[in-house]
Design a protein around this ligand. Sequence first.
Ligand code: ADP
Length: 623
Amino acid sequence: MRKKQFKAESKKLLDMMINSIYTHKEIFLRELISNASDATDKLYFKSLTDTSIDTSALDIRIDLDKEARTITISDHGIGMTPEELETNLGTIAKSDSLNFKNENEGDEKMENIEVIGQFGVGFYSSFMVADKVEVVSKALGADTASRWTSEGADGYTIEPCEKDEVGTVITLHIKENTENDRYDDYLEQYKIQELVKKYSDYIRYPIVMEMTSQVPDPEKEGEYITEVNDEVLNSRVPLWRKSKSEIKDEDYNDFYKQKFYDYTDPALVIHSKTEGQATFDALMFIPQNAPFDFYSKEYEKGLQLYSNGVLIMDKCADLLPDYFSFVKGLVDSADLSLNISREILQHDHQLKIIAKAIDKKIKSELTKLLRKDREKYEEIFKTFGVQLKWGVYADYGMNKDGLKDLLLFKSSNGGYTTLKEYRDRMADSQEDIYYACGESEDKIALLPQCEAVKEKGFEILYFTDDVDEFAIQMLMEYDGKHFANILKDDFDLSTDAEKEAIQKKNEDSKEWLGKMKDLLGDEVTAVKLTNKLGTHAVSLAAEGYVSLEMAKVLSQMPGGDGMKAQLVLEISSAHPIADKLAHADAATLEKYTKILYNQARLIAGLTVDNPTELADSIADLMV
Ligand code: ADP
């Protein structure tokens, strides 16, 4: 029998398969099963108009033979005539992957054989794991069958053979193990079971394999017998394809836990069907708890990507913006081809449309939850809210408008508030949205500056996350109102008359305030009398753009060493200490200055350079 040569381009792809160093060789099974499923679809379609076609048993079978080192995949699909075997398997009629490769010829990165391995490359992928492939096929309506055989690059043969039923049987002769690859694994039933579950779970036809298992012997207690049964490996109907009314909460919860390895039910399920510019089903989940590796570098965001029920990518990062990196789930679109590489995907127009729609969907579901189930929203926000705040800040604020109404902050009003709720509560006389930063809401509430603001009846947002102030700076304003940090030196709610009075007091006290400033050196930029501390004696306020809290965060970042806020030591003019300082002798002024400055540092949540000295000074005052 004459051996035929593969067409040039097919040979090239085949070479790449044979020599593939790609680690995801396992996708060969997905490719063959998808082909079998497509062929079965075609037969089924014909049966709609031709009632003589038997569609009673359209399963796809996998058989393993360890001794012969073969995997056999059989279908009852439409089959192939000898001519079709020739054209379909001897040539690559249309292969996105090869076109892509050709277009990019010369580009070094594309030359990399790895690239090809990331594709669905159809039938030829079988040569990644097999050194010989046989295809026996009988086409619908044909009397005879044919066998196509190839041992790879040197060509293939086609000969007539016997086969009773219509359909195709593909036998892969599995390669021997090498140093780097354990091909033996593909002859293990557990491995095949796992691969079918992973890639082909939602193929609509049953994928059947003979499974050997140990079961208790009904006759002898404590003993086991070996049982061999045909088992269906795939679950067939994808949950997300069912209509929502058919699905119970438990179904969603079980599916989530099993698929995304979580012990707890999801906090929110988002199931959507979209038609239009892009047609796709999406099933997404917001977990109750952050995944254990969420804050590590290893964490990869992304949604699973399916093309008509067949998995094409496990974590498609492009489908989720970073601020929704905690969302788990999948997208299934018929618009995406199975033969698509990661590289192509990144530029895929369709994928971009899907990603945009998904972003919008998650936002709208969260908005709905915020309105309808505040408690649940707050729970989710407690776990993942920081992510949304970073989203406002990141990318130069590109996404801030879509996210600002999803933010929650603690406030002096008690509990969480949205910016809109705060805005709605603002009095006409209130010019800005007020906030203060600190370690915890309790600590912020105790700050001297808060007292005066609250006394005037104004609400304060309590910022406790590092990112809060950065996010708000990026936001700049909300509904026409700017944000004001009440811990800043220039924050002042006094009337003009009060301002004038305090200015005069500062003028009159210039001498001793100046002395205090000199004693503190570079630690502060000024020492001032103020009337915004209520009943409290001292505090520190930041001057200029960088607030105390921002300085703390920035100084912890790489390269942020020595990042400092410019500090002003503020002394309450209404407190008796002001009078004491005005009349103190040089030694007392020095001692008091140090004590007051260090106390102000403690109030601001800063450390004190020499706590022992501070404690001693205060003790000295007591004796
Ligand atoms: P693709 O599936 O992307 O077209 P493949 O290389 O996997 O590329 O397959 C080439 C062609 O061979 C298919 O389009 C189909 O016509 C035919 N084919 C492959 N497997 C089968 C099968 N099991 N039954 C019938 N036809 C098949």
